[in-house]
Write a protein that binds this ligand. Structure first.
Ligand code: 6PG
Length: 250
């Protein structure tokens, strides 16, 4: 079972309340980071769950509660598609959040891939991370993640090379993803587990059985990659809706 000392779990009545709670936590962590060290570094996730959360952040009062000029946005994974493609995680965040808040364009750091192979794009983004953080191992204030029904997170999928072996890489190219599109870029566990906070949003009855295995069953990150999310000196904050949490013994 996952070590509980670095895990916080909260359950909300439905996905709307979950999105509200996620947005409020994002704002709280942003204010704390900006007060403490002058900026808030956050990596957003892909998928549909964060959409409602971004929408909450884009509206008052939360929109006005954050100094967006101090917020720097990255992604924990991205699909290897043009940034204006409907599959792009960047496009989702731009349309639902960045177009509505005063965040400087230079503070947004997408995983660019134009005229780059997946490996070159991963390498280039790792350089961007090292330059921004001024260190070989970035420490994000917050990394936002989701979980798929198969227990994947970011673009770390069951049985994939990225979950079978440790690596010094920060960002990797992922092929033959079982969740389309097939080619992606993803943070590795090395980056994710060095974050101060990892916020995992999980909603929906289709994830209930897997979530019960993940949080209360034996640890096997090859089978359930999200179990590999164990921040070394940080906190894993699980925000769930009742549907996803219905098989948990809480
Ligand atoms: C992606 C995400 C992926 C996502 C989960 C949950 O690229 O799709 O990185 O890991 O977070 O699959 O997706 P939903 O939020 O859509 O259920």
């Amino acid at each position: 079972m996952l070590k509980q000392e670095h895990i916080e779990t909260s359950v909300f009545s439905n996905s709307t309340e979950l999105a509200k709670a996620g947005a409020e936590r994002f704002a709280e962590l942003a204010r704390t980071a900006i007060t403490t060290h002058g900026q808030f570094s956050v990596a957003l996730s892909g998928g549909s769950t964060p959409r409602a959360m971004y929408g909450r952040l884009a509206k008052s009062p939360l929109k006005d509660a954050i100094d967006w000029t101090r917020v720097h946005v990255f992604w924990s994974d991205e699909r290897y598609v043009p940034l204006d493609d409907t599959d792009s995680c960047y496009l989702l965040a731009r349309e639902t959040l960045f177009d509505h808040v005063p965040i400087p364009a230079n503070n947004i750091h997408p995983m660019a891939n134009v005229n780059l192979s997946p490996e070159e794009a991963a390498w280039e983004h790792a350089k961007t991370l090292r330059t921004f953080f001024g260190s070989s191992l970035p420490r994000f204030d917050l990394i936002l993640l989701g979980m798929g029904p198969d227990g994947h997170t970011a673009s770390l999928f069951p049985g994939s090379p990225q979950v079978k072996a440790t690596t010094d890489d920060l960002v990797v190219a992922v092929y033959n993803s079982p969740k389309p599109p097939p080619t992606r870029l993803s943070f590795t566990y090395r980056v994710i587990n060095n974050a101060a906070n990892v916020l995992l949003l999980v909603a929906g009855v289709d994830k209930a059985a897997t979530l019960s295995e993940v949080l209360q069953g034996p640890v096997d990150q090859v089978k359930l990659p999200v179990q590999g999310i164990q921040p070394i000196d940080g906190k894993a904050i699980w925000l769930l809706d009742e549907a996803a949490a219905r098989e948990l013994d809480l």
